[in-house]
Design a protein around this ligand. Structure first.
Ligand SMILES: Cc1cc2nc3c(=O)[nH]c(=O)nc-3n(C[C@H](O)[C@H](O)[C@H](O)COP(=O)(O)O)c2cc1C
Length: 330
């Protein structure tokens, strides 16, 4: 299927999109995933009110480096007027497009009417999207949402997607769960198929894509225009390379070896320290330690040590020690 419209070039072949993830999808993480083959990345969501105040953290979240493209900026909020203004601020940062979060189920977000709460008011959601589209033109606006809130007799997503298309939304990402499911249960990709059949704009299928085979199956089964990968990218950012190899060349890449993972950890640790400072840089890098190292006999002890090492220097020494014990064993 080929797509017309402002995002036609981005969707000329199925993009493998890095999901927006709060406190995860920052510049170092986007950079790492892009190097492995993510074709499009998104910032974590940024609250409209924060973007409109002089909040330094919000400003940092929407600052895009020259090598950090294409990246979309995701915003959220409960007030259409504030979302319009925030989208204009986001647009000034030069993203590929602005994405509206209408899928976050977390109570602190949804309770106040933002995120997935829009699914309970479909008409208001469509009107809000139309206003943001008008305020942000010519920059495209997209929506990331779920299949419904969770207690509807029929999920609203198919009809909603048609109405969002009519409102000028340029693409829709469907996390194929209800808001009430949070992250539990299985994502039902058949909803992405029903949505893609109903609209001419690109639909991105999201939820539970954990391997290259999952990505290919999600595209084949749904006919969706692209796939979005979230949690699996934390555990295996090299998954983007595996997906690209399978989609483009029918090739299955072996998983990244331990010595490459050691080098990658050292590099992303340095990037995180540069971005977040010495303390938090070390802490946020730990989220990779279990999945990257625990599956190797030599990696289990390293994982445990990285969880307690407090400084970049200590971590680098541990990585170097593991590297030299690998070299001695060879
Ligand atoms: C730690 C974390 C933070 C998230 N933050 C956001 C966010 O800021 N915006 C958003 O639209 N979705 C957010 N999500 C949802 C993901 O983008 C994605 O829709 C969800 O994890 C399902 O995809 P997956 O199975 O590939 O992880 C977050 C998910 C996780 C695990």
């Amino acid at each position: 299927m080929s797509f017309a419209g402002p995002l036609a070039a981005l969707f000329s072949r199925p993009p493998i999109v890095l999901a927006p993830m709060e406190d995860v999808s920052d510049l170092p993480f986007r950079r790492m995933c892009r190097e492995f083959g993510a074709t499009l990345t998104m910032t974590e969501f940024v609250r409209a009110e924060r973007l409109l105040s002089s909040c330094r953290a919000a400003a940092r979240k929407v600052t895009l480096a020259p090598d950090d493209r294409p990246t979309a900026i995701q915003i959220y909020g409960a007030d259409a007027g504030l979302l319009m203004e925030a989208a204009q601020v986001a647009a000034a940062a030069g993203p590929a497009f602005v994405d509206l979060n209408c899928g976050c189920w977390v109570p602190r977000v949804a309770r106040g009417g933002a995120g997935a709460s829009w699914l309970r008011r479909p008409a208001a959601m469509v009107e809000m999207a139309a206003r943001v589209v008008a305020a942000t033109a010519p920059l495209p606006v997209t929506v990331k949402t779920r299949i419904g809130w969770g207690d509807e007799a029929d999920m609203p997503i198919v009809d909603l997607a048609r109405r969002l298309e009519d409102a000028g939304v340029a693409a829709i990402t469907v996390h194929c769960r209800t808001a009430k499911m949070g992250h539990s249960g299985r994502a039902d990709w058949s909803w992405a198929m029903r949505v893609q059949r109903a609209v001419r704009i690109p639909v991105v299928v999201n939820g539970d894509i954990r391997s290259a085979d999952d990505a290919r199956r999600a595209l084949d089964e749904t006919g969706a225009a692209g796939v979005m990968i979230g949690r699996a990218a934390i555990d295996a950012p090299w998954l983007f390379a595996e997906v690209r190899a399978l989609l483009d060349r029918g090739e299955r890449l072996p998983p990244l070896g331990l010595s490459e993972r050691l080098a990658l950890y050292a590099r992303v640790l340095g990037d995180n320290v540069a971005q977040r400072g010495p303390k938090f840089g070390v802490l946020v890098t730990r989220r990779h330690a279990r999945a990257w190292f625990a599956s190797f006999a030599e990696g289990e002890a390293l994982r445990a040590q990285l969880m307690t090492a407090a400084t970049e220097r200590e971590c680098l020494a541990l990585l170097a020690a593991c590297r030299s014990s690998l070299a001695n064993a060879a």
